[in-house]
Ligand binder design. Structure first.
Ligand code: DC
Length: 235
């Protein structure tokens, strides 16, 4: 039944704007949103808390299977809970991002998290953001988008974000971390970061969020038809 629920996949490297664009798009269409990176990040955080080694595949798989992870829609925000702890902020640290990227290279762990991601496919539709949404998790998605942007642009965006949150950071350090995570995500043998052959590619380096969103909206109409999109968005 759920296979007939429409899906839009947004894949690409970290800092490319998937999260922001995915949130806008899901809200505009009235669809559900899957932030798959948050699932990998939450698993990495839970492993650190439980002192499960990042190379202990069996331990990580067991942890992932029983992960008490919940995404709670509350008004405009999505709260992320691990058991009775809210982890929205904790999972965004760059350490957790690096750990997530390391455990994400383990095939058994990815397999253990697959169904949890597919379960997000609920009516009226799903916008799914990650690295392998279009290639592995939802290969039959009606629209697949692969976002790119240069490392320099992504590092500058991340620095701005950190400064807005009151944290200080160094552009060169952030760029090095981004490049390192890109390399690991691209070079892994299982579900590597790569555009699906039938994905539309959008380079956001020179585009504002609003400009990127306009391009995306056009592609959504191309893929699903204007009437369907209007009905979905209630306009
Ligand atoms: O999108 P993000 O930065 O929150 O993702 C964190 C890490 O999780 C990323 O470096 C690789 C991994 N990841 C993945 O392997 N597959 C996904 N679908 C999403 C994230």
């Amino acid at each position: 039944m759920t296979a007939s629920v429409p899906v839009i996949t947004l894949d690409g490297p970290g800092g490319v704007g998937k999260g922001t664009l995915g949130r806008h798009l899901a809200r505009r269409l009235g669809w559900h949103l899957l932030d798959s990176g948050a699932i990998y990040r939450a698993t990495a955080l839970a492993a650190a808390r439980a002192q499960v080694d990042l190379e202990d595949v069996q331990g990580l798989v067991a942890l992932a299977r029983d992960l008490p992870l919940r995404f709670v829609e509350a008004g405009d925000e999505t709260q992320i809970w691990l058991g009775d702890e809210r982890i929205d902020i904790a999972i965004r640290s760059s350490d957790v991002g690096q750990w997530a990227s390391r455990i994400a290279a383990l095939a058994p762990l990815r397999a253990a998290l697959l169904q949890r991601q597919r379960d997000f496919r609920q009516p009226p539709g799903l916008v799914a953001d990650g690295r392998d949404m279009g290639t592995v998790v939802f290969p039959d998605a009606g629209l697949k988008v692969f976002l790119t942007a240069s490392v320099e642009v992504r590092a500058a965006r991340r620095l701005k974000q950190l400064m807005e949150q009151g944290s200080s950071a160094n552009l060169a350090t952030i760029a090095a971390e981004i490049a390192e995570r890109d390399r690991r995500d691209r070079e892994r043998s299982v579900a590597p970061l790569v555009a699906a052959t039938d994905a539309r590619v959008l380079d956001t380096s020179q585009l504002s969020v609003a400009e990127s969103f306009r391009v995306l909206e056009g592609w959504v109409v191309d893929a699903f038809g204007e009437i369907f999109v209007r009905q979905s968005a209630g306009i």
